[in-house]
Design a protein around this ligand. Sequence first.
Ligand SMILES: *Cc1c(COP(=O)(O)O)cnc(C)c1O
Length: 431
Amino acid sequence: MAQVIDTDQLFARAKEIIPGGVSSPVRAFGSVGGTPVFVGEAHGAQVFDVNGVGYVDLVCSWGPALLGHAHPGVVEAVREAAKRGLSFGAPTRAEVELAELIRGRVPMAQQVRFVSTGTEATMTAIRLARGATGRDKIVKFAGCYHGHSDALLAAAGSGVATQGLPGSAGVTAAAAADTIVVEYNDAEALARVFKEAGEQIACVITESVPANMGVVPPAEGFNAELRRLTREHGALLIVDEVLTGFRVGPGGWLGIEEGTDPDLVTFGKVVGGGMPLAALAGRAEIMQLLAPVGPVYQAGTLSGNPLATAAGIATLTLADADVYAHVDRVSAEVQAAVTDALTAASVPHVVQAAGNLFSVFFRDEPVRNYEDAKAQDTDAFRRFFHAMLDQHVSLPPSAFEAWFLSSAHDEAALARIVDALPRAARAAAEG
Ligand SMILES: *Cc1c(COP(=O)(O)O)cnc(C)c1O
């Protein structure tokens, strides 16, 4: 038998050489405590730790694994691409094909530029909006996360909230000064901001459905009101679909909710099928302002990487109507089972969903914004989380995250989740 790896020891070793032992903060289990699961491999609905112990996975790489882990069709596409070379620094036919697939699903994405991360996509979209309007200020909503570029790190949701930091050290006052932060779902506050500073505002950026403070659906008409206000004041509307794009449906949230019609949209996560790939897209006349056609500079050595592009094409090609119908169904079943278990154990909770995207807040009032989200019982979540993990179900290790399902979550995976819930709910109740 192979020697058992002591993951407490591995975590200690990791922390010696990597800050916090992790390459991205939430992975460190900071808000739930304990040693993170060190993953050795992942297949379908499960991740396996370095000792081969399987966990039903409700993280799905934070969204990308729409088809489950290591889907044979995606892995094969990447393997084939790798044989032809890992990176060229030159245009490829696959980039054109992926861009066309995106436009086929999201018609407003008239032109597409590929980057490697969601952070780059939103950062570039902001630069483009400033270049297009000649204005400096941007508006974002408290609790919305758009990656870790300086201007967008004010009141930025899960990662920052989980760490209990007000924003981030190292962001200059000047960078923050041009970012106006407004409470989410408060269209009147946004109208006031536009009334005061409208002619200085380059853009409003919003998550199509905020999911990085937990899932907080836009109030009826809220996104349409953002469109109306920005248009009225000559500002651009950027809709960040990095998390929702191609996950909540074939065309993302824009394909579900009508009337938003943004100028620019950002994609990431699912569009790269688990590889580092993201994109910004939008109206051609604005996208044409990007270098080399226009004056707004943006570039990337690994942008449109052939392996990542292959994974993206395979994922979007495989993500057909059956995939979305399945994810919708298993999502609804998990939501119902969580509600039943927490209700039976008298744990205050509210399950909030937008399409197949959902999260569980440990409070009994609906959550409309970041202030509400913060007013939940994170200690109850911590107990719930560890009781699930003990039963080999891996939830996002933070009360401020969405739970993710995939087309690989079958009846067996669902049964393991449902079976684990009552004990976890009782643990949450025993405060
Ligand atoms: C994940 C995420 C980002 C950042 O993407 P990275 O690839 O982690 O840089 C931006 N916006 C939203 C809505 C996200 O969920």
